[in-house]
Design a protein around this ligand. Structure first.
Ligand code: NDP
Ligand SMILES: CC(C)CCC[C@@H](C)[C@H]1CC[C@H]2C3=C(CC[C@]12C)[C@@]1(C)CCC(=O)C[C@@H]1CC3
Length: 313
């Protein structure tokens, strides 16, 4: 049976690099590119087919910040596929990024600069807004849209002969102090990105608890600092060229899902000599909070499904 791999946010940056790498590793997979823009999706498909002409590549249109679009895409995927082996939940946004250079300067004086340069702790703020569903845009795009997607794809992910895998692109910027259960969409703060990535870590932990028995495994990865549209909105290209070497996403294709530690984030790292390696670091999450947050997601899911009842089978 062919392995089916779905990648969200496949039209650029980490997602596109990942698609190329996946096809480079195993040209027999069926790769489905999930993109919000149909033209970009086709262009991406053409691009990867130029490199891998024999590959099986399809596209599906999904705007993860729009729940009706997510439900439609899930329906389409249920019609097209019987099972999904790997789902890379990668699409993400960081709108209106702002770098606090004063904090970096303070970090230099207090010896926290290195930590700040790898986690951006206390360095980045964003301005978020409400989307058409009345939800915070960053929370919806980075986490909740993906959550609804996989919940709607449960029949393709659970109870298969071989385990299925969810791989979330989280971040070293995920921070507990940016997240609060009482404001899990981060409507009140200015660190919506950090909060959404912490929420991602929580969700992955709890999904393992709920779904491992049905053969669905979830893990979080951090691609390191990658030069992409996201980072080019933070600083101009020439500054990046001066500042940092590109770090590549190292994914987890070859590992057995059962062996992955659900309480660990897999960070892509590069040594000073350019050697790429994966470093597992313990997730900073407590399972009780993860469970409580999961209940909130289910509540919100209930409201979403009620609102969009007509889009369900
Ligand atoms: N770059 C970095 O240093 C790091 C990135 N990450 C994470 O990696 C992931 C990929 O980011 P990166 O490649 O850097 O950023 P890019 O901005 O280059 O790519 C983001 C991708 O997500 C897609 N996307 C954005 N919004 C939506 C939406 N509403 N619906 C569907 N797709 C959407 C974009 O599509 P479109 O082309 O249409 O805009 C694009 O394909 C993100 O989750 C990010 O948080 C984590 C750590 C570090
Ligand atoms: C010497 C200074 C001028 C250097 C400034 C660098 C900062 C702009 C960056 C240092 C750490 C970076 C970082 C990110 C963005 C840019 C920095 C703050 C991310 C938040 C990008 C997206 C992520 O998911 C994680 C990154 C962590 C590190």
């Amino acid at each position: 049976m062919e392995r089916v791999v779905l990648v969200t946010g496949a039209s650029g940056g980490v997602g596109l690099a990942l698609c190329r790498r996946l096809l480079g590793e195993d040209g027999r997979i069926h790769l489905c590119l999930a993109c919000r823009n149909a033209q970009k999706a086709e262009a991406t498909r053409d691009l990867v087919l130029q490199e891998y002409p024999a590959a099986q590549v399809s596209t599906v249109e999904v705007d993860l910040g729009n729940l009706a679009s997510v439900l439609r895409a899930a329906q389409e995927l249920r019609c097209r596929f019987q099972h999904l082996d790997f789902v890379y939940l990668n699409a993400g946004i960081m709108p209106n990024p702002h770098v606090n250079f004063k904090a970096l300067w303070k970090g230099l004086l207090t010896g926290r600069l290195l930590h700040m340069l790898t986690t951006a702790e206390g360095v980045m703020t964003q301005t978020d807004r409400l989307n058409g569903d009345g939800l915070q845009e960053v929370f919806t795009t980075n986490l909740f849209g993906h959550f609804i997607l996989i919940r709607q794809l449960e029949s393709l992910l659970c109870g298969n002969e071989k385990p299925s895998r969810l791989i979330w692109t989280s971040s070293s910027n995920a921070r507990e102090s940016a997240f609060s259960l009482s404001d899990y969409q981060h409507a009140k703060g200015q660190e919506s990105y950090s909060s959404s990535k912490y929420a991602t870590d929580l969700t992955s932990v709890v999904l393992n608890r709920k779904f491992n028995k049905q053969g669905l495994y979830s893990s979080v990865v951090c691609p390191g600092l990658v030069m992409s549209n996201m980072t080019f909105k933070i600083l101009p290209v020439f500054l990046w060229v001066l500042l940092m070497p590109i770090m590549f996403l190292v994914w987890l294709f070859k590992q057995k899902p059962e062996y992955l530690d659900p309480l660990v984030k897999y960070h892509s790292c590069t040594s000073g000599l350019g050697k790429n390696f994966v470093e597992p670091r313990k997730l900073d999450v407590d399972e009780e909070t993860a469970e409580k947050f999961y209940q909130k997601l289910l509540e919100l899911e209930g409201q979403t499904l009620e609102k969009y009842g007509d889009l369900l089978d």
